[in-house]
Design a protein around this ligand. Sequence first.
Ligand SMILES: NC(=O)c1ccc[n+]([C@@H]2O[C@H](COP(=O)([O-])OP(=O)(O)OC[C@H]3O[C@@H](n4cnc5c(N)ncnc54)[C@H](O)[C@@H]3O)[C@@H](O)[C@H]2O)c1
Length: 369
Amino acid sequence: MPKPPIRMGFLGCGRIADLQCLGYLEHPDAEIVAVCDLDEAAARRRAEAWGARRVHVDPEKLFADPEVDAVEILTPHHLHEAHAVAALQAGKHVSLQKPPTRTLAELDRVEAAAARSGRVLRVVENFMHYEPHRKALELIEAGAIGTPLSVRVKTAAGRFGDGWEVTPETQAWRLDPARCGGGATTFDHGYHCFQMGRLFVPAPVERVHAFVHWTRLGDDAWIDGPALVSWRYAGDPPRHGSWEVIASTGMRVPSKYYVSDDRVEVRGSEGIVWVNRCTGRLLEEPSLVVYREGETRAFHDLATDWADSFRAAGRELVDALAEGRPASQTLADARQTLAFALAAARSAAEGREVAIDEILADPDASAAR
Ligand SMILES: NC(=O)c1ccc[n+]([C@@H]2O[C@H](COP(=O)([O-])OP(=O)(O)OC[C@H]3O[C@@H](n4cnc5c(N)ncnc54)[C@H](O)[C@@H]3O)[C@@H](O)[C@H]2O)c1
């Protein structure tokens, strides 16, 4: 007997919906049956493009839709908690974009709703689904570089105006720390980079230090960059990581998406792994390179379009729901990454090193200035 498809409802038909839809549209066991956005015209456009049967402007109507099995939440961060809790209470599985919430207290309430409902709740952190990152992790776990000792992430933001169009409304909530939950760079984009910091070293992050400079963009608009974050992992051997973001506002960063690119270097006791791109295509190097014993191995055949990481995230949820297993990112994992981001924000604000445990013990810790 063929399995019934997983019926998705999309809440939020903004910028990233264009990529988040792909894994569901291309999966033989999934369909997008309903969409919802306050902007009815945007919702109608998406419904037509995706073959969705129903358009809602009120999220409650989407949550009450009996034909929807799971809701993909793609709204601004200050709405994530309310939308996730309401969808879970209505008996839907939930796929929630990163960062899941602005604070750990908000995350606690989402987690409690998920536990009460018995439904799946996963957080979409697409960098962990990007094939060069996945392959790097597979190689590292197989011992390709010995013991991983350090992770270095570098984000290169480029000239405004290149890349894809982002509406003023989207920019407005993202640059508003209250709605975003913190800085557009170090809290919003940072969530991915902190996840990368956690992914490649099998030890919890223990202490964090950050320098964050706030740069004026306009009358009332500020962006949190350049920034430099460093951290120490728990236990032995001594291991450290760092993330640096620099805006080279006169530099072209080739990208079909945001004008930004991310590189990761993982150093081990016996070798090095480099992932040379992610969101953009700054350098036309092999996406993944491994060095060991004087030999360099380059990977040229991985799926390197940033959109592929969203495809993989969509596929994973459908397969997990069909097989009745958890999907990544789990809430327990998301909690650690969120605490990491909040620790960096507190460190930058207070000019001191911050322990992750200090944040975990303070559910109301916030990165919003
Ligand atoms: N994984 C990534 O790399 C990545 C990239 C971009 C965005 N995101 C995440 O995706 C989410 C959405 O980001 P975006 O860039 O698409 O934002 P966006 O502003 O382009 O889209 C948000 C949409 O939500 C709609 N909306 C707002 N309030 C609503 C409400 N109460 N009810 C119904 N609709 C409502 C808006 O009208 C808008 O169309 C955020 O969580 C963001 O962090 C993730």
